[in-house]
Design a protein around this ligand. Sequence first.
Ligand code: EPU
Length: 419
Amino acid sequence: MQKIQIEGGNILSGNIEISGAKNSAVALIPAAILCDEETTIYNVPAISDRDSLVKIIELLNGKVEIKNDVMHIDSRNIENAFIAEELSTKLRASYYFMGALLSRKKYVEIALPGGCKIGDRKIDFHIKGFKALGAEIIELENRYILKADKLKGSKIYLDFASVGATINIMLAAVKAEGTTVINNAAKEPEIVNVATFLNNMGAKIRGSGTSKITIEGVPYLHKAMIEVIPDRIEAGTYIIIGSLLGQNLHIKNVIKEHLTSLISKLQEIGVSIKANGSDLIINKSDKLKPLNITTLVYPGFPTDLAQPMSVLMTQCEGTSILEETIYTNRVGQIPYLNSMGANIEKENNIIYIKGKTPLYGNDVIASDLRAGASLIIAGLIAEGTTSISEIEHILRGYEHIVEKLTQVGANIKIITEET
Ligand code: EPU
């Protein structure tokens, strides 16, 4: 069994290079099978979610070559195959093969998707969208069958601006006959990245990044390339680490406009963050004011950074309040933070964090990806040794996290223990 072991307390300085965005890459890779020719995706992060998606493309008779961060996908001969549980449950984004295969082959058979256990994660809006486009959906106990003779453009309103549903409907609609309009679409930058990739193939998508996306169907998608945007959540995680431990810590390759809500909040409580082109330079603050955060859809405060922020809040002087509005149970880090010395109480979807409390190293478990990132932050500021197990959740989404932190001075390593 692999664990991450951290000796806390080191000041961090130097450069951390941000990788391509997980939540873009995991949609761009399935989107590639829509192409009737070949595609190239640049800046793909080396995370285990990437490898899980490649296995699915290979199952579907696609050919994938990866050289460093460049992925080449030959999707000329895509065929249908049942995407079974051992592949689909590895990650949430396996559900993008619903939209992509429905569009390409008019038939999909796929077991339920996996992903972090952070509360209810229904896919009813995706299904509603596919139905509106003319698909028949058969829901069996543990899998879905989606089929259509042909897909026809439609007007779809999303009850909630879901990232996954917006992308999945876009994928399904791109070759449908006529025009599809998605109202109350999600506006996250990852959606713009996917729409740009499809448009590079010849798709006709307008309005991505706004709440109304219009897709005019086209019959054929040609050779294209795309670069994955920098990961705003990875960058945010390192910015939070820098706020606690940074001394001229340079976070490189950041689109700072994607991080406005986080940067503003941190500056308000006393952190020094300076921008220099695509670099952010962070210096820790020894006196942090408490703060209130409510997670919201983009451009509001991202739910994916709420768990890492809960660690920073333990170091603010006074009571901070964190309200999670996107997921029902995104709190896997709390019992472990409390076991390290934090004072956190949960009432429904609101958590109250009383600071400032020193943290002490402990044996803890990464229950999901961002809970794992939170425990790394806690370990970095704690006195003594922190040992994190179930680190596969962390490696699903953070490229080379141990190497990147080591390079700036952290005492962190992966250890292998006999089970
Ligand atoms: N929802 C429904 N029905 C649906 C779809 C969503 O009720 O059909 C609800 C969900 O239950 C949830 C909320 O809407 O409560 C948000 O879901 P959304 O569809 O926006 O999220 P997602 O597509 O499943 C993506 C990211 C998440 C990120 C969210 C919000 C991927 C693979 N996942 O999830 O990333 O938190 O958008 O930005 O892109 C992470 O990276 O740690 C992560 C969980």
